[in-house]
Ligand binder design. Structure first.
Ligand code: NAD
Length: 448
């Protein structure tokens, strides 16, 4: 980043970490740690009420709505879901809101400015398109689309609409991601050459075995509408409530989880994406009729471009992981590494420096054997932590969306960004099922 770009970026994100190094620990240089506290200091517009409606009132859609309502000047006017149990909960929890099983009823309403789409993945494209065409702003959960062939349709409609559309991989709006972007641009880890990310889980819920409500039936679920854009089948409660396990509705481990890591990585590095994608994996444990693997490994080639050097990415996801609960994203460069979390960044410097050239020349003159090994400086760890009271990435993400709606502004994770993050994740599935590497053009967002 140029100084001007950096100034604009820092102003926009309101990140006033500004290296407030408040302490060091460790008796010697080898274990020296520096702590810096980051402070969120956004100046977002609060002018004007934004009326929202929720389409897909399950776990994440409801969480998005709760978080959106924590911002000032937001009112929920409608909720749509295909399971009557969730509409009943919405009525109880939200009071006097309009409820329906037909999202088009929501889109017809003049009092709805913006919609949150929290449905299973197979409905993201169509509902986003219909909402934009109906003149609504859109917050669509990740992954933006269910397959790569759907990406350009959303982008084209969004471009014509003039509306704000934000994709919901909220990590990119976190203080941690913003700090990592700034640090990388400042050369904190030298030249990037490798990145890796990992999701480890080991529990039935973590592995998508969600509880099925007792009243689940063709009477309580609008099954016909649910499968309206995919393979016709008889009602199956597993396919409805545990949709992530089935390819007609979900996008597997990579669509659910890798997409978060792609979003953060692309945001931090300004990358448009990899040009080669390969995945491997297997179904090792959760043999419950699912169609997708429970262990997956992805390998990605990022070409050298003006935004970043060429580098490799390795992603892993394991739902049978005895260590359980670990998630990380690490960027590795020629001078160190950076572990990026939403509320923390840990930079480890491990600067390889050439030996003293003068001393080496003198030693050679006197006939001594000179080692060309480089001296490795002791690691120096810098920990950037968010201050107490941080409201979190999710709050910030929805805050940026509301701000763009109110000011006619833009958002980072627009449909172009959203598609560039979703595509390599979705192509992992293609690579896995077709047993081959896939070539991708990240600039034009097309298969090669
Ligand atoms: N950003 C994140 O951290 C995060 C976390 C979890 C889930 N997600 C995403 O959120 C979305 C929802 O996931 P979830 O865990 O909340 O699933 P969920 O099963 O809890 O909720 C999905 C809801 O969508 C409803 N639905 C499906 N099709 C519909 C349609 N055509 N019209 C109206 N409602 C419809 C279902 O009835 C269900 O209640 C997914 O795309 C998922 O990838 C994002």
């Amino acid at each position: 980043m140029s100084n001007n770009q950096r100034r604009d970026f820092i102003k926009k994100v309101g990140l006033t970490s500004a290296a407030i190094a408040i302490g060091t620990s460790g008796a010697n240089a080898a274990s020296r740690k520096t702590f810096t506290y980051m402070k969120r200091n956004n100046k977002l517009s609060k002018d004007g009420q934004v009326n929202i409606a929720l389409i897909g009132a399950g776990g994440m859609g409801s969480a998005d709505t709760d978080t959106c309502l924590r911002h000032e000047g937001v009112k929920l006017v409608g909720v749509c879901d295909l399971y009557l149990g969730r509409l009943k909960i919405a009525k109880e929890k939200r009071g006097d809101v309009f409820t329906t099983t037909d999202y088009k009823e929501i889109l017809k309403r003049k009092d709805v400015d913006a919609v949150i789409i929290g449905t299973s993945d197979h409905w993201h494209k169509q509902i986003s398109i219909d909402a934009l065409n109906a003149g609504k702003h859109v917050y669509c959960e990740k992954p933006m689309v269910h397959s790569v062939k759907e990406g350009h349709e959303v982008i084209n409609v969004w471009r014509k609409s003039g509306k704000v559309m934000l994709v919901g991989a909220q990590g990119t709006s976190s203080v941690g991601n913003e700090k990592a972007k700034e640090l990388l641009a400042q050369g904190a880890i030298g030249d990037l050459n490798f990145a890796e990310g990992f999701w480890a889980r080991h529990s039935p819920t973590g592995a998508w075995q969600y509880p099925i409500p007792k009243d689940a039936s063709i009477e309580s679920v609008d099954w016909k509408r649910y499968i309206g854009n995919t393979t016709k089948r008889d009602f199956d409660a597993m396919r409805f409530f545990r949709w992530r396990n089935y390819r007609d509705y979900g996008t597997g481990m990579s669509g659910d989880l890798f997409v978060h890591l792609f979003s953060s990585l692309h945001y931090i590095t300004n990358s448009k994406g990899p040009n080669q994608i390969g995945a491997s994996g297997g179904l090792r444990y959760w043999n419950d009729g699912r169609e997708v693997p429970d262990v997956m490994i992805g390998m990605f080639q990022y070409p050298k471009v003006k935004e970043h050097p060429g580098f490799n990415l390795s992603l892993r996801c394991n739902f049978v992981d005895g260590t359980s609960g670990t998630t990380y994203l690490r960027l590795v460069g020629s001078e160190g590494s950076m572990d990026v979390q939403w509320d923390k960044v840990i930079v480890k410097r491990n600067n390889a420096v050439p030996g003293d050239a003068f001393a080496q020349a003198k030693a050679k003159e006197s006939g001594q054997v000179v080692s060309d090994r480089k001296k490795i400086q002791p690691p120096k760890e810098m920990i950037y932590k968010v201050e107490n009271g941080y409201k979190g990435a999710h709050y910030d993400h929805l805050g940026y969306w509301l701000d763009a709606i109110r000011t006619g502004g833009t958002v980072d994770q627009d449909p172009v960004f959203g598609f560039r993050a979703a595509a390599p994740a979705l192509l992992c599935n293609d690579s896995y099922y077709q047993s081959k590497f896939i070539d991708w053009d990240p600039v034009n967002m097309k298969l090669v």
